[in-house]
Write a protein that binds this ligand. Structure first.
Ligand SMILES: Cc1ncc(COP(=O)(O)O)c(C=O)c1O
Ligand SMILES: [Zn+2]
Length: 415
């Protein structure tokens, strides 16, 4: 059973019932779920015996009844990366690989599993979202499985793979002439007037909680301990603060002990309001107009930007902004060393980690987790120009032999 009690304002601490509300009507602060932590008596062994999905931490998730979807979402691999670590000169490096999250290959399957379940509990018929692509994919798939009506709003310049990744589930797709921040503004008006369940607007308090499960898994997969550093991408700012919240909650319910990790924020240089605020000591991020190949994290006005700054500063973390060129380099490096194909959001995150290591912000002998949150197969065009063309041969064996001989010659010249 969940120990979920209701919602509370992050700033003034006023308590509200667990409805589809997301801002405090007294101070406009964000609302977040609260739990009866004292009543949570779950053990490591109990959790380990449960199915390998995000609901294995259900006591700490904001639903009242049984999960409705997400039975194969979450519990993604934590990959120990020895070849990549050697290239970067560090001793203990892991990729948390949400590029293979089920069913739509991004971290968004976590947040949507929780928001869609709560949407059904609250009686919504239409599931909706404002999205840079991955969220729309996930909302479309989960709505299809639940038999809910679905309407997703996206900017009209997304990669074809991202659009197709929603369209196949047959939602209504509204491609809006504008960037994500324009789309989000429109959706806030629609959510107010149409009574639809927007996972990242009126259901945001529940949606955001799903992101904590990434932290729960990292700690469990490390043998119930914290890493020393974690690098997270930042767009709207949902994930990063909830990773910290998840790590804290594990301590609160007695599952993990020790020093909390330093949480670092990675953004694309072409859209880095949070990193800019960190580097310049600003109290809040300043709005920017995005210009980057990393479209999934191109959000110039992050809804939870303030919470990101609080979390990074509170843990002694730092920020890194990564050029488009360095994003592509990192995508390629990860693929060549570890066999993981990420999209630009993952390239920005790994690129950020590399920058922090090179600047000495992350010492080489400390444990590091890098969150890879999306899959490269959806954004193939980003790396296509760099790829070697396939060797074209006839069907004849002698042609293969001739090619193999030139290859042997090339190899011996190189060694
Ligand atoms: C692949 C990927 N990674 C990371 C993010 C970061 O999102 P946020 O900071 O809103 O949690 C997004 C989404 O917007 C995304 O699509
Ligand atoms: Zn308040």
């Amino acid at each position: 059973m969940s120990a979920f009690l209701g919602l509370q304002c992050h700033l003034c601490k006023t308590v509200f019932p667990g409805e589809a509300s997301y801002v405090c009507d007294r101070c406009l602060g964000p609302l977040e779920p609260i739990y009866d932590y004292a009543a949570i008596a779950v053990t490591r062994a109990q959790i380990e015996s449960r199915p390998k999905n995000l609901w294995r931490y259900r006591e700490l998730l904001p639903i009242a009844g049984e999960p409705r979807t997400g039975f194969n979402s979450g519990f993604t691999p934590l990959v120990r990366c020895t070849r990549l670590a050697a290239r970067l000169g560090v001793s203990e490096l892991y990729i948390k690989d949400d590029s293979v999250n089920h069913p739509t290959l991004s971290y968004k399957d976590r947040v949507v599993s929780v928001a869609a379940t709560r949407a059904q509990e609250l009686g919504f018929r239409v599931l909706a979202c404002a999205s840079t692509g991955n969220l729309a994919n996930s909302v479309s798939a989960h709505a299809a499985r639940l038999g809910m009506e679905c309407c997703v709003f996206i900017p009209d310049n997304l990669e074809p793979g991202k659009v197709q990744g929603s369209a196949i589930f047959n939602p209504t797709i509204l491609a809006i002439a504008g960037n994500y921040d324009d789309v989000n503004r429109l959706c806030t008006q629609v959510a107010d007037r149409f009574g639809w369940g927007f996972v990242n607007i009126n259901l945001r308090s529940y949606y955001a909680e799903g992101a904590k499960t990434l932290a729960f898994e990292v700690a469990e997969q490390l043998g119930w301990r914290y890493p020393q550093h974690l690098v997270s991408p930042v767009a709207g700012g949902t994930l990063l603060p909830r990773i910290l919240r998840g790590f804290r909650e594990l301590k609160q319910v007695g599952l993990v002990d020790g020093q909390l990790p330093k949480i670092h924020a990675a953004q694309a240089a072409g859209c880095a309001p949070v990193v800019h605020a960190l580097q310049n000591g600003l109290e809040a991020p300043e709005l920017v107009r995005p210009d980057t190949i990393a479209k999934s994290i191109a959000i110039g006005n992050p809804a939870d930007g303030h919470q990101v700054l609080e979390s990074v500063r509170g843990t002694g973390g730092s920020g890194a902004a990564v050029s488009d060129e360095a994003i592509i380099d990192a995508i390629q490096l990860l693929a060549e060393t570890e066999g993981i194909f990420t999209e630009p959001a993952g390239g920005a995150t790994l690129g950020g980690a590399i920058d922090l290591i090179q600047r000495g912000v992350i010492p080489p002998d400390e444990s590091i987790v890098v969150c890879v949150t999306g899959n490269g197969y959806k954004t193939a065009e980003v790396t296509r120009e760099r790829m070697k063309a396939p060797v074209r041969l006839s069907r004849a064996f002698r042609d293969f032999e001739a090619w193999a001989a030139t290859r042997d010659a090339e190899v011996s010249r190189a060694t």
